[in-house]
Ligand binder design. Sequence first.
Ligand code: 6R9
Length: 654
Amino acid sequence: MSDGTIESHLEEARRFPPSPAFAAQANAGDPAVYAAAEADPEAWWADQARQLDWMEPWTQVLDWRPPHARWFVGGRLNVSANCLDRHLAGPRRNKAAIIFEGEPGDRRTLTYHELWREVNRAAGALKQLGVGKGDRVTIYLPMVPEAVISMLACARIGAIHSVVFGGFSATSLRERIQDSGSKAVITADGGWRRGAMVPLKQAVDEALAEGVCPTVTAVLVVRRLGALLSVAMDDGRDAWWHEALAEAPRLCPPEPMDAEDGLFILYTSGSTGKPKGVYHTSGGYLTQAQATMRLVFDLKDDDVYWCTADVGWVTGHSYVVYGPLSAGATVLIYEGAPDWPERDRFWELIETHGVSIFYTAPTAIRSFMKWGDQHPAGRDLSSLRLLGSVGEPINPEAWMWYHRQIGGGRCPIVDTWWQTETGAIMVSPLPGLTTTHPGSAGRPFPGIAVDVVDETGAAVPPGEGGLLAIRRPWPAMLRTLWGNDERYRQVYWSKFAAQGLYFAGDGARRDADGNLWLLGRVDDIMLVAGHNISTMEVESALVEHEAVAEAAVIGRAHDVKGQAIAAFVTLKEGRSPSGELIAALRRHVGERLGPICRPDDILFSAELPKTRSGKIMRRLLRDIAEGRALGDVTTLADPSVVAGLKDRYEQHEG
Ligand code: 6R9
């Protein structure tokens, strides 16, 4: 990149003001919240924190010694008590907290009271295994209720959990166990994915083999597959979850935790190098998770809420577990794949369980677009009233499809920008209050200050692209990187040290109304003949074409222009690749964004390389386009996709 500014070529004029009916019942009703929060952010956050139950009040809202923040100093609370105990006194006691559906179709519902009972037993079992306050516990489970129970059980006794996505390999698991120094591991015999058994316990055994993880003294094993998959049990180390819980005391009182005591570590891969252990604490994190839950998702007591994220991802922490349960929601959890056994599984789940709030990722939305409109059209989706998106910029066409085909034209869409590091939502429309624009994440949440700046940290004018930066500390921010405060300072706070800004690593543009348009990761921005061009905008223009379901765009080295644009394009079902289509797509992008943005190469591909959380890995596409050996592929959902693409790209070049 040159000076950090990014040209923006995508014009998007469609606007969706809130409907009067939605606005009349919305949790966010008063436009004055923005100004009030801006006038006194600490008072605003203190008001949000008062929505939680505290065992001891704080004496100071914020202690900011850059780059380290302490929120609600001196306050004590327990996160599991806020998610469970406080709901038991009132009508939520017998309300469904979790509605679980396994991939094979097995179902289980846990009321708040039942979930509380399970968490008490699990917390007691952990204690009996010698786990205590401040100890780390690695959780490696499928999306089953025990994943939530384990997280809350750790929170109850003050242990710090580190959830590792169940699709990660034994090697990734081992690395994360070692870095966190976990005392215990909670896993299952296995789980289901597209009809196949995923052998989790076996991966744990591999990860722990030959004494390479000496800190681990206990492994708890949930029986999910039972007789279908036998597992080896180490007498001295392993115990069955159901047996350990049966032997544990019925009650385990919640440990009073300092607001700044640790709640979890979550490893995020980053583009290169060793995974970063993003470290979150208790009071500030829960404050922002529950405030955003109420205001961004407009949660009401009769909602059935479904966030499709796995607990191995931060979205699964903040918006499957801590946000919704602290707010008393009914949460649907589904174990398996969206296309199993049929491509309408998600819509079937919405119809069956009467889901009213649905939160998913653009990558999933683009797959649904590719599979065809008949799948959602065949199901009754009338229970839906609000839709959310997270994980990547949502292309305007995907937004419109989501709005029409899933939301029936009546549901507001909240496009929420945030990161593992931010802990909770930072930028989003407030439904009922703000007008939405396809492709824009809207305004910063009240109390959050976001700037768009150039390389020097100076603000760029509205309409121009730059780097997204955050101006003051926020309650759910990461506190450090586990065991590596130096890296914490360097990655997030060194770029704009003079201005004291947090560097998010994303490109963005702010329009004249103050809405933010995310332009993709800064590392992915292309430099073509001296112009910084956003991958997001070229991809969005491609996805506008009626034949295209998904596109990934990269800059590859070019002798004359510095970089040339290469596009990997996935077509909708029933459309076939042709030379004419390539010409038409190049023409379309040229007309839409200007000739400088026209891709030099277009390659059709049935799949794109994605991480487990569905983000396109453009770095690998650059490796392919520049003929390099592939870099680290361990976080890919399906490594065969990228190998196949590499072969095809090389043939196409030759
Ligand atoms: C929650 C989560 C963070 C990165 C972030 C950005 C991208 C997430 C987005 C979005 C545009 C959105 N991202 N939400 N980009 N619009 N609504 O995804 O956390 O896995 O840490 O990823 O994801 O690039 O910097 P994480």
